[in-house]
Design a protein around this ligand. Structure first.
Ligand code: G1P
Length: 292
C-alpha cells in the first residue's frame, strides 16, 4: 500500500456566472445549502477522507471564504457571554475543521490553470482535487474508495458517473475498460464533447486524486474547450505517461452549479437531515398537495 494523499485542492476562483445575481458580490462556494455554505460540505468531505491540509484557490471577491474558516473571536466572545454554547460549539468546529491555506489564481483562465496554481503548495506529493459544484452525500462517499485505489495502484483516479447522453456535453467524458465492479481504466478523455462524438456516457464528476505528474502535463496544455486551460486536457496528456483509473458513483451526487440543480440539492439535502427532514417533508407535502 502506497502512502495516501494528505492534501486537497479546492478551486474556488470562478466567477459563478450561472448563479447570478446571487454571485455578484459573493462567491458561489459560499451560497448556503440548508445551513452551511457549499464549500463547508466539501471541506468536511475532504477531512472525513483523511485530507487535513486544504488549499483553496481563490480570486477576487472571495474573502468571505477565508473569514468563514478563520477564528471569529468577536462572535465567540459574544456567544460565550450570552451562554449560547451550542452555537459556540458550531462556530468553533468550523475553524478547527482543517488546516486551510489559500492561494490566489489571479486571472480565472480555467480549471487547469487553477489546479496548476497549487503546484508550490503540493510539491511532489499525490493530492486530491474537489470541485465545489459537486456535493457528494456523506451517505455515499466516493473519495475514500478513490484514495484506496490510489493506495493500491499509485495512479491517478477520477470519479465518474453515468449521465444521459444529452447531458454529456456538460462534462468531461471518458472511454474506458472495466477492471472490476465500480472500477475502470481510462483510455481516452475529452472535455464537453457533442453527444454524437462522446466516447461513452461516463462523465467526470468533480473529485480527482492525482499523482504529482499532473503538474508537468498542466505545463503543456493550451487553451481548449471554451478557450480555457482545461484540466481534462492535462489528464489526456497524463494518460500517455501512466494509467488513470475511474471510480463509479451511482448515487448521492448533487450538482449545485446551476439554479435549478441548486434548488433540487437544497431540497434533497434538507430531507436527509435528521433534525429538519421530517418537518420539511410535511411542508413539502403540503405545498405539493396545494399544487394538485
Ligand atoms: C468541470 C470539468 C469537467 C467535469 C465537471 C464536473 O466542468 O471541466 O470535466 O466533468 O467540472 O462537475 P465545469 O462544470 O466547471 O464546466
Amino acid at each position: 500500500m502506497h502512502d495516501l494523499p494528505r492534501k486537497a485542492v479546492i478551486p474556488a476562483a470562478g466567477l459563478g456566472t450561472r448563479l447570478l445575481p446571487a454571485t455578484k458580490a459573493q462567491p458561489k462556494e459560499m451560497l448556503p445549502l440548508v445551513d452551511r455554505p457549499a464549500i463547508q460540505y466539501i471541506i468536511e468531505e475532504a477531512v472525513t477522507a483523511g485530507l487535513n491540509d486544504i488549499l483553496v484557490i481563490t480570486g477576487r471577491s472571495k474573502r468571505s471564504i477565508e473569514d468563514h474558516f478563520d477564528k471569529s473571536v468577536e462572535l465567540e466572545t459574544y456567544l460565550e457571554a450570552n451562554h449560547k454554547f451550542e452555537e459556540l460549539e458550531i462556530v468553533r468546529s468550523i475553524s478547527d475543521l482543517a488546516e486551510v491555506h489559500y492561494v490566489r489564481q489571479g486571472e480565472p483562465l480555467g480549471l487547469g490553470h487553477a489546479v496548476a496554481s497549487a503546484r508550490q503548495h503540493i510539491s511532489n506529493e499525490a493530492f486530491a482535487v474537489l470541485l465545489a459544484d459537486d456535493i457528494i452525500s456523506e451517505n455515499h462517499p466516493i473519495l475514500p474508495k478513490m484514495m484506496e485505489l490510489y493506495g493500491e495502484t499509485e495512479c491517478s483516479v477520477l470519479a465518474l458517473m453515468e449521465v444521459p447522453s444529452a447531458d454529456i456535453s456538460l462534462y468531461g467524458c471518458v472511454a474506458y475498460e472495466e477492471v472490476k465492479d465500480g472500477v475502470v481504466t481510462i483510455s481516452q478523455i475529452v472535455e464537453k464533447p457533442d453527444p454524437e462524438e462522446a466516447p461513452s456516457n461516463l462523465a467526470v464528476i468533480g473529485r480527482y486524486v492525482f499523482t504529482p505528474n499532473i503538474f508537468s502535463c498542466l505545463d503543456h496544455i493550451t487553451p481548449g474547450r471554451n478557450g480555457e486551460l482545461q484540466l481534462t486536457d492535462a489528464i489526456s496528456l497524463l494518460l500517455e505517461e501512466q494509467p488513470v483509473y475511474g471510480c463509479l458513483i451511482t448515487e448521492g451526487r448533487f450538482d449545485v452549479g446551476t439554479k435549478i440543480d441548486y434548488l433540487k440539492a437544497i431540497v434533497e439535502l434538507a430531507l436527509m437531515r435528521e433534525d429538519l427532514g421530517p418537518a420539511f417533508k410535511e411542508i413539502l407535502q403540503e405545498i405539493v398537495s396545494k399544487m394538485n
